[in-house]
Design a protein around this ligand. Structure first.
Ligand SMILES: C[S@@+](CC[C@H](N)C(=O)[O-])C[C@H]1O[C@@H](n2cnc3c(N)ncnc32)[C@H](O)[C@@H]1O
Ligand code: SF4
Length: 440
């Protein structure tokens, strides 16, 4: 439980203001964590202000329909305001909600999600799935910049593209937090920083790894110095050569993570869900909601390396996974083989384009889809043609989920269950699971 705060001056940096300091009563919150107030009838968004607060702010962007203001002082704080755990919270763009108590963050996300899905869930209760609020990220891309001889290693800022230099990131898994510190010190001591595009930190069942994205070649001597550092820190090191699409990785250096009794191999730059414990819970919930049985042939769209396909195959008659990246399809096939599952097949296909293959020849009873932010609109007519009895939609973008689900509902499906999954606490991102059933 984090400490509640009392009235105080905020640590917000000095605003580039155009208006005088005014007093606002805040009565709403956007999903990007901006307080919503009205001044003489006009909506004003105030970054850092919370509902129920009386604040002083200065309008720094005046628009026709709304203004934006910079928080100057909190006169009456919300009872849900807490001290941010991260010292960089006011400037780093990585988190939006650290000033709001964890349970209230979830309520705010639920309200927002309910609004996005207002045409779909009037009576259904929005279910919730959550886990630890801090130390959950098993993957992070760290930006790097050298300016006038000074190194900034961190994330993009809240209000600018500037890289905010950080020493500690409390949403990272603890092992990644400690390797981050060691990495920062080591980068200050030699010449690698000048030829880095970015650094990727990753933790999985195999351990911790660091991937360097190079912008130009480096000497063997420098490379060896870093290999020594990696050995001392007991991390695996990967090098992505300049202009290379992906790092070259020997089979024995592939990564893996465990999912209950399954082991899934992947390339260090392949997609994996960033929150390991929430992923376990999400997959378990998907199995419980979709409830695959030996009568079911399940289609797993946007399947990655088989995160849902393999657990589905443990219960279903068979599973067909579809994924655009050939290398991930190969990894998924290998994962099925190594885990002793012979009722899976995988197809490499771009689901935004017409898919002309065996998919439509089989009787598919259930479909699971987990698309990127853009959603799956182009493939919806194909799903309708396949005609599964149930569709389980996992989404990281509620607005494309709403669009796609409204289309499915118009074409003969109804929403059975919806769950907000707090995959990314402290940030404004929301993961959602929706189960749809074909109307009789
Ligand atoms: C949100 S991830 C989900 C992956 C997997 N279901 C999991 O849980 O790890 C979306 C996946 O869709 C794949 N993808 C992106 N665009 C695609 C497309 N046009 N057609 C097929 N797959 C695509 C990505 O490579 C990625 O593996
Ligand atoms: S992403 Fe990390 S450094 Fe940035 S605000 Fe969140 S916890 Fe702090």
């Amino acid at each position: 439980m984090r400490r509640r705060t009392s009235p105080r001056r905020t640590a917000t940096s000095k605003p580039q203001s155009i208006g005088p300091i005014q007093t606002f009563e805040v009565d709403g919150l956007t999903h990007e964590a901006k307080g919503v107030a009205r001044f003489q009838g006009k909506v004003t968004f105030i970054e850092g202000a919370l509902p129920g607060e009386t604040v002083e702010a200065q309008v720094n962007k005046a628009g026709r329909n709304f203004d934006e203001a910079v928080l100057v002082n909190i006169i009456e704080p919300s009872v849900y305001r807490v001290e941010p755990s991260c010292q960089q919270f006011n400037v780093c763009g990585g988190c939006s909600f650290q000033h709001l108590a964890d349970e209230q963050q979830l309520n705010a996300k639920a309200d927002w999600l309910q609004g996005q899905l207002r045409n779909l869930i009037t009576t259904q209760e929005l279910e919730q799935l959550s886990d630890k609020p801090m130390g959950y990220r098993r993957r992070a891309r760290i930006a790097i910049e050298l300016k006038k001889g000074r190194m900034a290693l961190g994330f993009r800022g809240k209000a600018s593209k500037e890289i905010i230099s950080i020493d500690q990131c409390v949403v990272l898994a603890p092992n990644l937090q400690s390797i981050f510190l060691s990495l920062k010190l080591a980068l200050l001591e030699n010449d690698l920083a000048g030829v880095l595009g970015h650094v990727e930190l990753l933790e999985d069942t195999k351990g911790v790894s660091v991937l360097f994205r190079l912008t130009s070649s480096i000497s063997d001597e420098l490379k060896n110095a870093w290999e020594d550092w990696a050995e001392k820190e007991q991390v695996a090191l990967y090098w992505q050569a300049p202009k290379a699409g992906k790092a070259e990785v020997a089979p024995e250096k592939m990564r893996y993570y465990d999912l209950v009794d399954l082991r899934l191999k992947y390339h260090p730059q392949d997609f994996i869900q960033v929150n390991a414990t929430m992923n376990q819970k999400m997959v378990a919930q998907a199995m419980s909601w979709l409830s695959p049985s030996k009568q079911d042939v399940v289609l797993d769209l946007f399947c990655g390396v088989g995160n849902f396909s393999l657990p589905l195959a443990q219960h279903a008659q068979s599973v067909i996974g579809v994924e655009v990246q050939e290398t991930m399809v190969e990894a998924a096939r290998e994962n099925a083989r190594v885990n002793g599952l012979d009722n899976l097949s995988f197809v490499a296909a771009d689901l935004t384009k017409p898919v002309n293959n065996e998919l439509f020849k089989q009787t598919i009873t259930k479909v699971l889809l987990d698309p990127p932010r853009a959603g799956a609109f182009e493939f919806l007519d194909s799903i309708i043609k396949i005609g599964p009895t149930q569709i389980l939609y996992v989404s990281c973008n509620a607005s494309t989920l709403a669009r796609d689900a409204e289309y499915l509902v118009a074409k003969g499906y109804r929403v059975l269950r919806v769950s907000l999954m707090d995959m990314f606490p402290q940030t404004s991102h929301v993961e959602t699971m929706m189960l749809l059933q074909k109307k009789k």
